[in-house]
Structures are given as structure tokens and as C-alpha cells.
Design a protein around this ligand. Structure first.
Ligand code: PHB
Length: 388
């Protein structure tokens, strides 16, 4: 090193100030392929956070390093995560849309001394896969449980459940069945569909034949949810009066534009609606819509990413920019703030969000189709989490 380069180092050491080095955040998500809209929403949430808060935290520049994982693929998730840690030297990992991808990456964290902030993957058990996992999304136990009491309050006695056959689907089914039968309801049949199912007509026929008054359904938001909703309408279940009950993955806002009047009246329970009326959400929606280039594309993965960036910023502050995963995670246990979705906090026991879950009804307001919040279940923890 020559004298010119040594001079600022000496000044920094003498004055006790740390260098403003760049902190890399590795983000894994579906940025191409059929679920690319969900990945674009991760990016929009990050961009919105940077636009509203700046790209420096505690004097450190943030650099976001993206890795594309187009479909649920645990082996590829582990490979990309490893490469981000070893090749890119990221200090934080974030994103992870699908449960199997978060699960496959979690064993890397302790050895790498890197926290993971899960922006979406929603199976309760993910937080048990590593003490360095923190989650800013939701669990399907959390979003599905209130729907059971909504159904009973509306006088529904017989339900058929239909879910994708993997972690969040099984959690969602278990949550609804526990709540619904616990309140005296009857489950007439439970169907688990392979994740790659895209022809839903045979399922719709089984729903019709089951004699259920309503179908409770979970699929991961993406092309399959839109297909499922269209099939529900096209196969005459809606017109036959078979109610559709679901967590909000099935009515993400970008799909509402495609569904039009067909989705009107559908009830869902979820942690976030784009139409949520608060100053925090209005600022978020404006910034995230700008990042997407279209307000109509905005969906819930963006809020998980936006809050995830806040959590990472607090981790960076708490560690002074040093790489110390244990200290970073410890610092956000119990953290409480106002998210665009409403008041939230991180449960220190399981590192998952405690938050409001809203009952929403698909409605048309000022020519727009929205998930209109009509009831609030306050401060919901994760009923599906069990201590390891
Ligand atoms: C998941 O794989 O955990 C997942 C994906 C999409 C959703 C919900 C859960 O909408």
C-alpha cells in the first residue's frame, strides 16, 4: 500500500471511526419464470425501503446481490446460498419465496455466521431450522386459523379442504381443520394436490360431489392461484353457491384485475392488503408502485421484503456493521414497529412476526378490485409454532 492509501486508514484508526465499507445483502427469489411477479415484488419492497430510508445504514453502504431461483428447488437454493456466502461474501441473506428453499438454505447459516431474513416462506417450522432465521412474512397457520371462526360465525357447517401438498399447504389444512372442528364444524373431505397441479377441473368435480357448503383452499400465490380461482368460477361452483374460503394468497391483488367480477365477494384472511388505510401504507404503496412501474402489480411479498429491510437495518446498527449473526439476531428479538400492514413485533421465542390478521372481502371500489378489510384479528402470534 502506498502512502496515499495509508493516510486515510491512519486517520480513521486515530479518530476511532470505522470505515464506511459496503455491506452485501444476498437475496434469493423467483426473479424469472412463472412466479417472477412474486420476485419482482421482493425487489419492489427492497427498492421502496431504500427510496424512503436511503441506501446507507450506520455509515455503511448497502449492496443488494440478487440470485434467481425460478421454481421451488431446494438443491439449487442451497447452491445459490452457498455461493452468495462464499463467493460474494454477503453478511445477510434474505428473500426465499418457497418453504423448501428456505429449509434447504437454513443449515448454512450458523457456520457462515450469517442471519437469514425470510421475506415470504410460510411454514411454521422454518424458524426451527436455524437460530439465525428471522421471518417478516406470515405463517399459513397464522393466516388460516381466523378463517375457521369466520366460517362458523357465518353458519357454515360442512367444508372440504383443498391444499397444495407441501409445508404451507399442510399447515394451512391443519390450522383450518383444528379451528373449524373445534368450533363444531364438519370436514367432509381433505384433498392434497401435487404442487405442480394446473388442471383443477377434476378437483372442482370432487368439491361438487362432496356436498360441502364451502371449500377452504390454499395454494402458493402465483399462476396456480389464478388458475384455481378461474376454475372455481368456470366449473360453476361459485354460481352453485359453494363458498370459497382461503388465506389471502388466493386473491393477491394483481390476480384481481384478471378475475374481474368473478372474485367479488370472496372472503380471505391475511396479514396485508394493498388497500390498507394508514399513512405508513400509503407511503409504502407509492414507493413500491414506482419501483414496479405499475401499481396493479403490487402484492404481499413486497411488504415482507420492506419490513425485512427494516429488520436488517436494525441488525446492522446493533452490530456496528461487524459480521456477528448471533448479536444481529439477538438485537431484533422483541423489536416492535408500525409496518405498512399495521402494528407488528418479532416474537423473541420464535423470531416470527406477531401481527394483525384481517378478514377481507373482494370488492370493487372506484373501479378497482381490492381486498377490502372488514374485520381485524389483533396481535396474532403463530399458533402453529412448537418449541423444538
Ligand atoms: C411457501 O412456499 O412457503 C409459500 C409460497 C407462497 C405463498 C405462501 C407460502 O403464497
Amino acid at each position: 500500500m502506498n502512502k496515499l492509501l495509508l493516510a486515510p486508514l491512519a486517520v480513521a484508526l486515530l479518530s476511532g471511526t470505522a470505515f464506511a465499507d459496503t455491506i452485501k445483502i444476498g437475496v434469493v427469489g423467483p426473479f424469472s419464470g412463472p412466479a417472477a411477479l412474486q420476485g419482482r415484488n421482493f425487489q419492489a419492497g427492497i427498492d421502496a425501503w431504500l427510496a424512503l430510508n436511503g441506501s446507507q445504514v450506520a455509515g455503511h453502504d448497502l449492496e443488494i446481490v440478487y440470485r434467481d431461483l425460478p421454481a421451488a428447488d431446494p438443491a439449487q437454493s442451497a447452491a445459490l446460498t452457498q455461493e452468495l456466502v462464499v463467493g460474494e461474501g454477503v453478511q445477510y441473506l434474505a428473500g426465499y419465496y418457497y418453504t423448501p428453499d428456505a429449509m434447504a438454505a437454513a443449515p448454512i447459516l450458523e457456520e457462515a455466521n450469517v442471519p437469514m431474513v425470510v421475506f415470504n416462506a410460510a411454514t411454521s417450522a422454518i424458524v426451527n431450522a436455524s437460530p439465525y432465521v428471522v421471518r417478516t412474512s406470515f405463517t399459513t397457520w397464522q393466516t388460516s386459523t381466523p378463517m375457521a371462526s369466520v366460517a362458523r360465525e357465518r353458519g357454515i357447517d360442512k367444508v372440504i379442504t383443498v391444499v397444495s401438498d407441501y409445508g404451507p399447504g399442510i399447515d394451512s389444512e391443519n390450522a383450518f381443520v383444528a379451528g373449524f372442528t373445534g368450533a363444531g364444524g364438519e370436514i367432509v373431505e381433505s384433498i392434497r394436490m401435487p404442487m405442480n397441479t394446473n388442471d383443477f377441473s377434476p378437483i372442482m368435480q370432487r368439491i361438487k360431489d362432496s356436498g360441502a357448503e364451502a371449500v377452504f383452499a390454499f395454494l402458493p400465490a402465483g399462476p396456480a392461484t389464478l388458475g384455481f380461482m378461474q376454475s372455481y368460477v368456470e366449473n360453476g361452483l361459485k354460481s352453485a353457491g359453494v363458498a370459497l374460503l382461503a388465506p389471502g394468497d388466493l386473491t393477491q391483488e394483481p390476480d384481481l384485475f384478471a378475475l374481474g367480477d368473478n372474485a367479488l365477494g370472496v372472503l380471505t384472511t391475511f396479514h396485508y392488503a394493498v388497500s390498507h388505510d394508514s399513512p405508513e401504507n400509503h407511503a409504502f404503496v407509492a414507493a413500491a408502485s414506482k419501483a414496479l412501474g405499475s401499481a396493479a402489480d403490487l402484492s404481499f411479498p413486497a411488504v415482507g421484503a420492506f419490513d425485512g429491510m427494516y429488520v436488517i437495518s436494525r441488525m446492522i446498527e446493533a452490530t456496528g456493521g461487524q459480521q456477528d449473526a448471533a448479536k444481529a439476531v439477538e438485537a431484533v428479538k422483541g423489536l416492535a414497529w408500525t409496518s405498512p400492514r399495521g402494528p407488528v413485533s418479532i416474537n423473541p421465542e420464535n423470531r416470527h412476526m406477531t401481527q394483525n390478521i384481517y378478514l377481507r372481502e373482494v370488492a370493487q371500489v372506484d373501479g378497482q378490485y381490492i381486498n377490502k378489510e372488514i374485520q381485524t384479528f389483533e396481535n396474532q402470534g403463530d399458533p402453529g409454532w412448537k418449541a423444538p
